[in-house]
Design a binder for this molecule. Structure first.
Ligand code: GTB
Length: 217
C-alpha cells in the first residue's frame, strides 16, 4: 500500500504550493513513488486522534505500515533514504546533501517564516512599518550568503538532491516579496527547481485540492 500523507483541506495559500505538504509531494514525485493524501480540516487537526499522529497538530504527517512520521524534514529525508534519486551514493556527498536539508530548515527558513508571518498577522499593528525592514534584512543576510555559495552552479552541491528540494521550497515562500530577485542566481535556482517535471506534478496535485478535484494521486 502507498504511504499516506496529510495536507490542508483548505490551504490558506489558495493553491500556491507554499504549505509544507508540497515538499513531501515533490520528494515522492522525484523518487517516482505513489502516495495517497488525506485532507484534514483545522478542526480535525485539533482533535486527539490527529494529535496521536502529530503532537503539534500540523500538516504534513506520513503513515506507512506501522510507521507514523511528522515534520516535513524528517519525512523528506525518510523518502530520500529509501528511494534513489534524492541523495548521492557517495557517503560524503550524501552527508553534505543532508546538511543542506538542515540548512534550509534551521538557518534559511526561520527568518523567511518570521517575515512571512509578520506580513500576515502584524500588518495592521503600529510597529509593522518599523519592524519590516529589520525582518527584510535578516532574510537578506541569509540570501546573500546562500547566493555567494551557489555562485553560477545549478545546484548547491553537485547534482540535484533533497537539499535543493528543501531549499527551493523554503525560498518559494519569498514569492512576491521582491527579496529573491535581488539575487538573480537564487531566482534562477528556484525557477530551475520549479521547472523539474516532478515539481510540476506535485504542484498540480496540490492545486487540484484548491480548485476542486480528486484528493489522491
Ligand atoms: N516544522 C513543521 C514541518 O516542517 O513539518 C512545520 C509544519 C507546519 O508549520 N505546518 C503548518 C500547519 O499545519 C502548515 S504549512 N499549521 C497549522 C497549525 O500549526 O495549527 C505552513 C504554511 C501555512 C500557510 C502558508 N501560506 O498560506 O502561504 C504557508 C505555509
Amino acid at each position: 500500500m502507498a504511504p499516506t500523507i496529510t495536507a490542508f483541506e483548505r490551504s490558506p495559500d489558495r493553491g500556491k504550493g507554499l504549505a509544507r505538504d508540497m515538499r513531501v509531494r515533490w520528494a515522492f514525485e522525484e523518487a517516482g513513488q505513489p502516495y495517497d493524501v488525506r485532507l484534514v480540516s483545522f478542526e480535525q487537526m485539533r482533535a486527539p486522534a490527529y494529535r496521536a499522529l502529530h503532537p503539534f497538530g500540523q500538516i504534513p504527517t506520513f503513515e506507512e505500515g506501522g510507521l507514523t512520521l511528522f515534520e516535513s524534514g524528517s519525512i523528506v529525508l525518510h523518502i530520500a533514504e529509501r528511494h534513489p534519486g534524492l541523495l548521492p551514493d557517495d557517503a560524503n556527498a550524501r552527508a553534505r546533501a543532508i546538511s543542506w536539508i538542515f540548512a534550509a530548515l534551521d538557518t534559511v527558513e526561520p527568518p523567511i517564516v518570521d517575515r512571512s508571518m509578520a506580513t500576515i498577522v502584524e500588518r495592521d499593528k503600529p510597529w509593522y512599518e518599523a519592524r519590516l525592514p529589520m525582518l527584510d534584512d535578516r532574510v537578506r543576510k541569509r540570501l546573500g550568503q546562500l547566493s555567494t555559495r551557489l555562485g553560477d552552479t545549478d545546484w548547491l552541491d553537485g547534482a540535484f538532491s533533497a537539499g535543493d528540494l528543501m531549499m527551493v521550497t523554503v525560498l518559494r515562500r519569498l514569492n512576491g516579496s521582491g527579496l529573491l530577485e535581488e539575487h538573480p542566481n537564487l531566482a534562477a535556482y528556484v525557477a530551475r527547481g520549479e521547472a523539474r517535471p516532478a515539481f510540476k506534478r506535485a504542484f498540480e496535485a496540490q492545486l487540484v485540492v484548491f480548485t476542486g478535484g480528486p484528493s489522491s494521486v
